[in-house]
Design a protein around this ligand. Structure first.
Ligand SMILES: O=C(O)CCC(=O)C(=O)O
Ligand SMILES: [Fe+2]
Length: 315
């Protein structure tokens, strides 16, 4: 099965097609850790305001200004650039569920305020979060998680927005600007714009390119979804490869669980034959590990950090 492309326009839990759509979203998430969703969340005007104006304006600031995007949260570093093996730079806006996050972020660049910028990015974030929560709900529902457990899970979510800019690949033949990895999130939503790049790896090792279509958003499972589902949904292994040698912008929205709530394997995925494979984690501790030297090098960071076999099991 290829990565599914599923039309969620106009769909809600009381629509007649909801159950079928949940099954299709879940099947693609289980097979590939990834699903492509057709939506009408981002109007052509909003897309243009974000990618043709806000993003180029933001990345044109000098590096000293960009570096003022720091996070009080030690794990998520704020502005990053020159990651080993990657030719890109990226801003982090934390807790985007809170209205003031974009205001605070835009004040770094425009101390007198820039409502057009913060409203534009804020509007995009709200739409993406709404769709991301829906995809998360559909995936859990499709896997048989009880309604009340899904509701309390959705209640505990928080979201981080990443605004990324990729330079023209240095090695034009290879075109890779971000090497293969999994995300430390629960789910990552990815909004591409005009320039190709995202590729996801199938379980048999092939790479599938996800084209940058204007009416789609791609959702990928991250490590924390693997934890919660006791391995039923493997995190998507993905990379960025731009063979057309163009600069590229992309926006990511990563969901995770508020740090005050531990993330554990959900009851529905545990029985006699399936003991929990992972110990509970706190989001920040796991992110801290992922961004540390050890976590960065690891090919199986989730197993390494909280796999049950690491903690004195006899298996
Ligand atoms: O830009 C993309 O298409 C994906 C970026 C990504 O995977 C990441 O930043 O973790
Ligand atoms: Fe990623």
């Amino acid at each position: 099965m290829e990565v599914a492309k599923i039309d969620l326009r106009g769909l809600n839990p009381s629509s007649p097609g909801w159950g079928k759509a949940c099954a299709a979203v879940t099947a693609s998430m289980v097979a590939h850790g990834c699903v492509v969703v057709v939506h009408d969340a981002i109007s052509p005007e909003l897309r243009q305001a974000v990618f043709d104006r806000a993003m180029p304006q933001l990345f044109a600031f000098p590096v000293e200004t960009k570096q003022q995007n720091v996070s009080s949260d030690t794990a998520l570093k704020g502005y990053i650039s020159k990651v080993p093996g990657a030719d890109f730079e990226s801003f982090n806006v934390n807790k985007v569920d809170e209205a003031r996050s974009f205001h605070d972020f835009s004040n770094i660049f425009w101390p007198q305020g820039n409502p057009e910028f913060s409203n534009t990015i804020g509007a995009l974030a709200r739409k993406v979060i709404e769709l991301e929560d829906m995809v998360e709900k559909m995936t859990l529902e499709g896997l048989g998680v009880r309604e009340e457990n899904i509701a309390s899970h959705l209640h505990a979510l928080t979201h981080v927005l990443r605004l990324s800019h990729y330079c023209v690949p240095e090695d034009a033949k290879m075109g890779v600007t971000l090497p293969a990895h999994t995300d430390p999130s629960l789910v990552t939503a990815l909004v591409q714009h005009e320039v190709e790049g995202l590729e996801v790896q199938t379980k048999d090792g092939r790479w599938i390119a996800i084209p940058p279509e204007a009416d789609t958003i791609t959702f990928m499972a991250g490590d924390l979804l693997t934890l919660m589902t006791n391995g039923r949904v493997a995190a998507s292994v993905h990379r960025v490869k731009t063979l057309s040698n163009r600069e590229r912008y992309a926006i990511l929205c990563a969901s995770s669980v508020k740090n005050s709530v531990a993330i554990s394997v959900m009851d529905e995925f545990v029985d006699h034959g399936n003991p929990p494979k992972y110990n509970s984690v706190k989001t920040d501790e796991y992110l801290e590990f992922r961004y540390s030297g050890e976590g960065f090098k690891s090919s199986q960071p989730l197993e390494e950090y909280c796999g049950v076999h690491k903690c004195g099991s006899t298996e």
